[in-house]
Design a protein around this ligand. Structure first.
Ligand code: SF4
Length: 215
């Protein structure tokens, strides 16, 4: 079966440093997923959430975005609360969690060492982000989790980054799309108080109202 256009192959060779990292973890943890992580959720969704990259012991281990680490607990709990997901989230791709009118992807599809992709890796993987956006013909709202996701999304749709600066809680009208910014829901951001669960929820509630008003 042909691979969807927004999805790199399991052995995508484009970022040499990430390929080496991937190979080393395939040796260390052969049961883990250890490959580019595909988007999760229906392509006809109106909402796309853009994260940074798979977490080493989260999506890189399980193969589903935000699944298996702390960031997923907060993200999926918030999505369920606002009606963008249903079912039980059990930190396992085989749970019965379903996304509703919502899709999740990452700016960089392979796990980077220390969660830090280089500017070149972000730019290289942007083609896949652009393809993912293109295939979502009903897309109306995007939530960027963090500045890197924000900047890469803006560049992926051909908008000027200088006109759309990242800021938590900010919204940006770009053509038919509205881009909503949030700090990333990482354990680091929540444990340091940069992001609280309520701040995160407020962004998603704003998106809920936006999409409901557009019905
Ligand atoms: S980060 Fe993206 S472009 Fe780079 S190797 Fe992985 S899938 Fe390929």
């Amino acid at each position: 079966m042909a691979r969807p256009s927004g999805m790199p192959g399991r052995d995508c060779p484009r970022c040499p440093r990430l390929v080496e990292f991937r190979k080393s973890w395939r040796k260390r943890e052969p049961q883990w997923f250890n490959a580019p992580v595909d988007s999760f959720g229906p392509a006809d969704a109106r909402l796309l959430i853009v994260g940074l990259a798979p977490g080493l012991r989260g999506a890189n281990r399980t193969g589903r975005p935000f699944t298996g680490d702390y960031a997923g607990e907060l993200l999926y709990g918030t999505l369920k609360e606002l009606g963008f997901a249903r079912g039980a989230y059990r930190a396992d791709p085989d749970d019965d969690l379903m996304l509703i009118d919502c899709r999740i992807t990452n700016a960089v599809r392979c796990v980077p060492p220390e969660n830090k992709p280089t500017p070149q890796e972000i730019a290289t993987c942007r083609n896949f982000l652009a393809d993912t956006v293109k295939e979502m013909t009903g897309l109306r709202a995007v939530i960027a989790l963090g500045r890197i996701a924000h900047d890469s999304f803006v560049a992926a749709i051909g908008a000027r980054r200088s006109e759309f600066a990242f800021g938590h809680g900010k919204t940006h009208a770009i053509g038919v799309l509205t881009l909503f910014d949030s700090y990333h829901c990482s354990r680091y951001n929540t444990s340091t108080g940069v992001l609280t669960a309520q701040m995160f929820r407020d962004v998603f509630a704003q998106v809920r109202r936006h999409l409901d008003a557009a019905k």
